[in-house]
Design a protein. Structure first.
Length: 418
């Protein structure tokens, strides 16, 4: 057994070096040198950990790492941790965090959290030392998952926010792009494999491909929004390809203008966000911006607590049945939880992206609803009731249910409700 694990580990290292090249090799050398010095330093910190145990009845001190590698986790899970403490769902104490600064996903997000939290690289050694002495759980920072099951975000003021000076600076930067403060703009984003390939190239992320979509399928919707006098801003830190087109109201920000600061500013100020399932939607979510999720997968993880928001899921095609599965079948067969392309393939399922027409219809509906133009028919209300009667909300993932599924999507795919 140990021999097999050793071979698997060796093969994994070779694969990572083959994919990542000299950059990965250098990181592994630095990591090895770090490990050589790590244990002696941790030993030096053990007396402090013992002292922390002794003063626990008077001062509760906790240590932990921020979820700094992926922006969705970094922002939302940290926010929910702070909100849970404020709500009395976990004890208040003196919390100390660390992160690897070179690997932080967004420097502006880092600046915001460092204004609020106690963050230092030295906390890494306290965290490791804490785990070798009994009773470590009481002194460990355990993050919640990214689900607002306690409905904490709806009425609370977010910790994650820009300062007045940053907002003023942000509008000056927007002027340089050609969008003034009195213009309305919608952000849009299609998740693709480029970001993880570039930022975490040592790993094989192919299992996430089922959540990706093509940016060109969003363009008919954004063209319509520009006819409605919006600017449309394409978001993304690293993207697979640029947008082709000559509409000057569609801004390929991800390719031409992107900065860590503007990622946060733009998404916190958009009229609404036309989003796929990439984690950057947590920025407008915390800023209480409406979100339209298209190409959403898996359906069980819909962000149901998000107010004034909508979603349209991907469809699941059964190779055996040679048809699209209904919502009842998806929930009955536990397909509503699956994140992995490999698992879908093993179950004989092909994931079907939303069509440009579906994205177009959902975008128009979202805009009409937000501007008071949408007239909901009795048929629309009945289809919503039918869908939500089928939706098996896992209480570990859902709290207050506010989101809507696209009405036109239901009308055009009514067979999914059978």
């Amino acid at each position: 057994m140990f021999a097999n694990k050793g071979v698997a580990f060796f093969n994994s290292q070779v694969r990572q070096l083959r994919i990542g090249g000299y950059n990965v090799l250098w990181k592994k050398i630095l990591k090895t040198l770090d490990l050589i010095t790590f244990v002696p330093i941790v030993i030096l910190f053990l007396p402090v950990i013992i002292f922390v145990r002794l003063i626990k009845p008077f001062f509760l001190i906790r240590f932990g790492s921020l979820m700094f590698g992926r922006i969705g986790h970094y922002i939302l899970m940290t926010e929910l941790l702070l909100q849970e403490i404020d709500a009395g769902l976990r004890p208040r104490g003196f919390d100390f965090f660390y992160e690897r600064s070179a690997d932080v996903c967004n420097k502006q997000a880092q600046r915001i959290w460092r204004r609020i939290l106690k963050v230092s690289p030295i906390v890494r050694y306290f965290t490791a030392g804490n785990r070798v002495i009994p009773g470590y759980k009481d002194h460990s920072i355990i993050f919640p998952n990214d689900r607002d099951v306690h409905d904490l975000l709806h009425n609370s003021k977010p910790y994650f926010s820009l300062s007045r000076e940053e907002e003023d600076f942000g509008w000056r930067e927007m002027d340089k792009i050609g969008i003034s403060k009195n213009e309305r703009f919608v952000c849009f984003h299609a998740r693709d494999p480029a970001y993880l390939k570039v930022t975490q190239s040592a790993f094989d992320w192919a299992y996430h491909n089922c959540r990706d979509s093509k940016i060109e399928t969003y363009l008919p919707a954004t063209e319509e929004l520009t006819r409605r006098r919006y600017f449309c801003i394409r978001m993304g830190a690293v993207v697979e390809k640029p947008i082709n087109g000559d509409n000057d109201r569609i801004v390929d920000y991800a390719v031409k203008h992107r900065t860590d600061f503007l990622d946060i500013f733009i998404l916190s100020k958009c009229f609404f966000f036309l989003s796929s399932s990439g984690g950057i939607f947590n920025i407008p979510m915390l800023s209480k911006r409406p979100i339209l999720w298209v190409n959403f997968l898996p359906i069980q993880y819909a962000f149901t607590w998000s107010e004034n928001s909508m979603f349209v899921p991907k469809k699941l095609w059964s190779r055996k049945e040679q048809r699209v599965l209904t919502f009842r079948e998806i929930f009955k067969e536990d397909l509503s939880y699956i994140y992995s392309s490999h698992e879908f393939a093993a179950r004989g399922i092909d994931v079907v992206d939303n069509t440009p027409e579906e994205i177009f219809a959902a975008t128009c509906e979202m805009d009409d609803r937000l501007n008071g133009r949408w007239i909901e028919s009795d048929s629309d209300r009945e289809l919503q009731k039918m869908f939500w009667s089928i939706f098996r909300a896992d209480p570990k993932l859902h709290g207050k249910m506010r989101i809507r599924i696209g009405s036109d999507f239901l009308k055009d795919n009514i067979d999914l409700l059978n």
